[in-house]
Design a protein around this ligand. Structure first.
Ligand code: NCD
Length: 361
């Protein structure tokens, strides 16, 4: 595995190994200060970001490497009409590793097939965000001392929240996990997550509208922002934007040892008063993200590759001539040259899904 596009490319052993490396970096930063000497990370951010991009940059600098890139699609050749594949081929001539964020789902996968160097998905549309998951896993591990036997509540925008999709998938690697999915009807977890991830793996889950009712059972509460930029209807966003607000009163309903996570940025879904609560872990999560990105860069560059067995590759049937993806947020819908590929996600029900964005055929 030389790319990280989807968190499920990492086996449980690899996830634990990355956590071990991150803990070692925390304990012995000097040991790693020159690990990436003369290596260059390119950050290609076609969509706004503060922490993810700077976290990648800080991670590479801590490892003694250097960084180049852009943080605004308007300043890249994409604004002249260049394809993601061509941009990736060009950057592959300058850098050793790429971190890419893109508004179109599947764009980092396209880049990884063309760059010739490792590509990390730093967020693709409303789809996936695997390195945020690495930050989340280290935070859960450090706060709770375990990654098994946890009841995890996700609250807010579970439809477009890409961090939610990646973390739910990753947690299926562990045992004794139960999910409580707290959202308005309109922002429920996409059906492919329910069917292909939760039902298929026999993971218990509950769907509820009430944060208050869910609160007492949770070990982890993962709050999320309503993803304004993914809505096509502003009135719908305005109707849903204040659906959940975590405040000090609601925190009184929670376990004494619960941890509140949030990928940030926060809008108003966690009131500032909660920040003082020792259970508020979202700023620690930011720090943890940098260490996990360091560990990941070391792994993908083969500098500290580890011995953990890779995730078993599932052999699924892929067809290229049968369907066209109709998801307007998919990279295949805006770049004509990309071949539409569909995988047979459920052979019993004959459900095919787009390889790039998971949209059902
Ligand atoms: C998240 C993202 O970009 O998906 N932020 C992040 O990477 N830390 C969450 C969000 O934007 O709401």
């Amino acid at each position: 595995m030389n790319n990280l596009i989807d968190i499920m490319q990492l086996s449980k052993e690899e996830l634990l190994e990355l956590i071990d490396t991150a803990l070692d970096i925390i304990a012995n930063p000097d040991k790693y200060a020159e690990s990436c000497k003369r290596k260059k990370l390119a950050t290609l951010f076609f969509e706004p970001s503060t922490r993810t991009r700077l976290s990648f940059e800080a991670a590479m600098l801590e490892l003694g490497g250097s960084v180049l890139g852009f943080s605004d699609a308007g300043t890249s050749s994409a604004s002249k009409g260049e394809s993601v594949a061509d941009t990736a081929k060009v950057i592959g001539c300058y850098a050793d590793i790429i971190a890419m964020r893109h508004p179109k789902e599947g764009a980092p996968l396209v880049a990884s097939r063309n760059a010739g160097i490792p590509v990390i998905n730093a967020g693709d549309g409303g789809h996936n965000h695997p390195t945020q998951t690495l930050a989340d896993l280290l935070t859960i591990y450090r706060e709770m001392g375990r990654l098994d036997d946890l009841t995890i509540g996700f609250c807010g925008d579970l439809k477009y929240g890409r961090t939610v999709h990646s973390l739910i998938s990753a947690m299926t690697r562990f045992t004794g996990i139960k999910f409580v999915l707290i959202s308005p009807k309109e922002l429920e977890v996409p059906s492919y997550m329910i069917e292909d991830v939760l039902v298929k793996n026999n993971i218990p889950y509950e769907i509820t509208r009430s944060l208050e009712e869910a609160m007492p059972s949770l070990d982890i509460l993962y709050m999320t922002r309503i993803q304004k930029e993914r809505f096509t209807d502003e009135a719908e966003y305005n109707r849903l934007k204040d659906s959940y607000i975590l405040d000090a009163d609601k925190m009184k309903l929670a376990k004494e040892k619960m941890a509140v996570l949030h990928p940030l940025p926060r809008v108003n879904e966690i009131s500032v008063a909660v920040d003082k609560d020792p259970r508020a872990c979202y700023f620690k999560q930011v720090r943890n993200g940098k260490y996990m990105r360091e560990a990941l860069i070391l792994k993908l560059l083969g500098i500290k590759a580890g011995n953990a067995a890779h995730a078993e590759e599932q052999t699924v049937e892929v067809v290229t001539d049968k369907f066209k993806c109709t998801n307007p947020r998919c990279i295949t819908c805006c770049e004509q040259e990309i071949v539409h590929e569909f995988k047979l996600a459920d052979p019993e029900k004959m459900v095919y899904r787009c390889v790039y964005c998971e949209h059902e055929a």
